[in-house]
Design a protein around this ligand. Structure first.
Ligand SMILES: Cc1cc2nc3c(=O)[nH]c(=O)nc-3n(C[C@H](O)[C@H](O)[C@H](O)COP(=O)(O)OP(=O)(O)OC[C@H]3O[C@@H](n4cnc5c(N)ncnc54)[C@H](O)[C@@H]3O)c2cc1C
Length: 307
């Protein structure tokens, strides 16, 4: 890029002196799929920098996108226009007060679940192996092993597209299977409050370990992926439909239906976004031909030329 955002970079350097500003940053470095072309600008602001940063970008009509840990993203090979703002942070603040937990959007689910376990709080074990942030988990209503964020969430602090800071309840967010109203209405999760129950720390830790083992046994964790590629169609399991359609191991370029778990598309080394999209389209077509069921993507497909 002949940096069309040169002026912006200068301004960001002035206004946010301790913010590292990366230009033409490959998104393959920031997604668990290890796929994606360059973001024009990529930043990891502290939580207090988020609001002023976004205000500045909006004022100048510069496109931006907020991401968490990049664990549910398929990013265009052509990259992302404007500014990518990553909130995920291993050291993000997590406060525990009795049975209530308040976590910054960037806190990793695993950290929150582990801290809950250490404090003898039960209810978040299901989320311990989901490699996302709290913000991403609220946006996606992430869930596993019979639980979902909706079950434990009491409120979220959101920066609305109109720049209001508001407290919303799970009902306001219309959380349902891998859906929140943020997908339609916009808004950035800044923090979330969860309510858990008192339990036995050792039993909670044992449950987390049991889930970890189940994931290791069933999921292709040795390959880059974005988790379940497709949503569960009502009444079916995507992985089973794909397997029954004879697509285990089906490959397009570097993208492959996992041999270990057909619900996952994995990057075998040099997959492009185009490979994954072609594979997803083929899988959907073949499954539809055989079973009359369409598979909708669970992964968020983002970036240039993806609309
Ligand atoms: C190996 C593996 C296993 C997985 N297992 C599961 C599972 O069991 N259950 C499950 O539900 N998911 C699973 N996932 C998918 C993924 O981890 C979840 O969807 C997770 O919630 C995404 O969080 P993230 O922080 O990585 O978000 P990202 O992938 O960075 O972003 C996802 C979406 O959320 C938006 N977003 C992120 N942060 C914010 C914010 N602060 N405010 C507003 N919007 C935001 C982004 O714009 C994007 O649209 C798995 C993924 C992998 C790689």
């Amino acid at each position: 890029m002949q940096n069309k955002y040169k002026d912006l970079i200068n301004q960001l350097q002035n206004d946010f002196s301790d913010l590292e500003i990366l230009s033409d940053e490959p998104m393959s470095k920031h997604t668990t799929f290890k796929i994606g072309g360059p973001a024009d600008i990529y930043v990891e602001p502290s939580i207090v920098q988020v609001v002023p940063l976004i205000k500045l970008l909006k004022k100048q009509a510069i496109p931006f996108m907020v991401i968490g840990n990049g664990s549910n993203l398929l990013v265009s090979d052509d990259g992302i226009e404007g500014v990518v703002i990553s909130l995920a942070k291993p050291a993000a603040d997590i406060q525990i007060d009795g049975t209530s937990i308040t976590a910054e959007a960037g806190a990793m689910l695993s950290s929150v679940a582990n801290q809950a376990a250490a404090s003898g709080l039960t209810g978040l074990e299901f989320a311990s192996g989901i490699p996302g942030s709290i913000g991403g988990a609220v946006y996606m209503n992430a869930g596993a092993y019979g639980g979902e964020i909706k079950d434990v969430l009491t409120s979220v602090t959101i920066l609305t597209p109109e720049f209001d800071l508001v407290e919303l309840t799970p009902e306001d967010l219309d959380l349902s299977y891998r859906h929140s109203s943020l997908m339609e209405k916009g808004g950035i999760v800044l923090s979330a409050k969860l309510e858990l129950q008192l339990g036995d720390s050792q039993a909670i830790k044992a449950q987390i370990e049991d889930i970890r083992q189940q994931r290791i046994n069933k999921q292709p964790l040795n390959f880059p992926s974005a988790g379940s590629t497709f949503k569960r169609p009502e009444g079916y399991f995507a992985g089973k439909l794909i397997d029954d359609a004879g697509l285990r191991g089906y490959t397009v370029g570097g993208a492959q239906v996992s041999n270990k778990h057909c619900g996952f598309v994995v990057n075998t080394g040099d997959a492009t976004c185009a490979d994954v999209l072609k594979l997803m389209s083929d899988v959907d077509d073949i499954v539809f031909d055989k079973f009359g069921v369409h598979l909708a993507p669970e992964v968020r497909i983002i970036g240039r030329n993806m609309d």
